[in-house]
Design a protein around this ligand. Structure first.
Ligand code: TYD
Length: 140
């Protein structure tokens, strides 16, 4: 499936916690044009329920625990973001849902495009049609 789990580089200082960092061109292989974060979501709640046509995303959860459920039209896989030094790169043509495991979790996204509603596919049947056609014409 079109995703990758990455270890975010982290410097730990004895008795003083840790610092994690990402460098564009080294850790993230696409340019970042936008950063957003989602928080204050009651535990058990699912957000998402959409796919992107072109957007590439790096998701990470610096605090808490969020399950990312991904669907490529053939099957579903999930990744638990439960450590501040774990990242998930999600490429286009993947339907995703995000389930809040603990309410105080913060889900951050560093993404390749400005916000553009026309990049979203919010209907699952439309998503299935998009990837079927996309496989034929090389988009997905
Ligand atoms: P959405 O991406 O649908 O969030 P989720 O999938 O987590 O439910 O975005 C929720 C709302 O926020 C929607 O009205 C679009 C808006 N939004 C922006 O205005 N800018 C942004 O960068 C993002 C990600 C969303």
């Amino acid at each position: 499936m079109n995703y990758e789990v990455i270890d975010i580089r982290t410097v730990s200082s004895k008795g003083k916690g840790a610092l994690s960092y990402l460098e564009i061109g080294k850790d993230i292989l696409f340019d970042i044009l936008r950063v957003y974060y989602i928080y204050g979501v009651p535990s058990g709640t699912k957000r998402g329920g959409h796919a992107h046509r072109k957007l590439k995303q790096l998701l990470f959860c610096p605090y808490g625990s969020v399950e990312i459920i991904m669907d490529d039209g053939c099957g579903r896989e999930s990744v638990l973001l439960d450590r501040a030094d774990k990242g998930l790169v999600v490429l286009p043509c993947i339907w995703r849902e995000m389930k809040w495991i603990s309410e105080d979790s913060v889900l951050c996204a560093a993404v390749s495009m400005y916000y553009d509603e026309s990049d979203y596919i919010r209907d699952y049947d439309e998503f299935l049609r998009y990837i079927r056609d996309g496989e034929i014409n090389g988009i997905c």
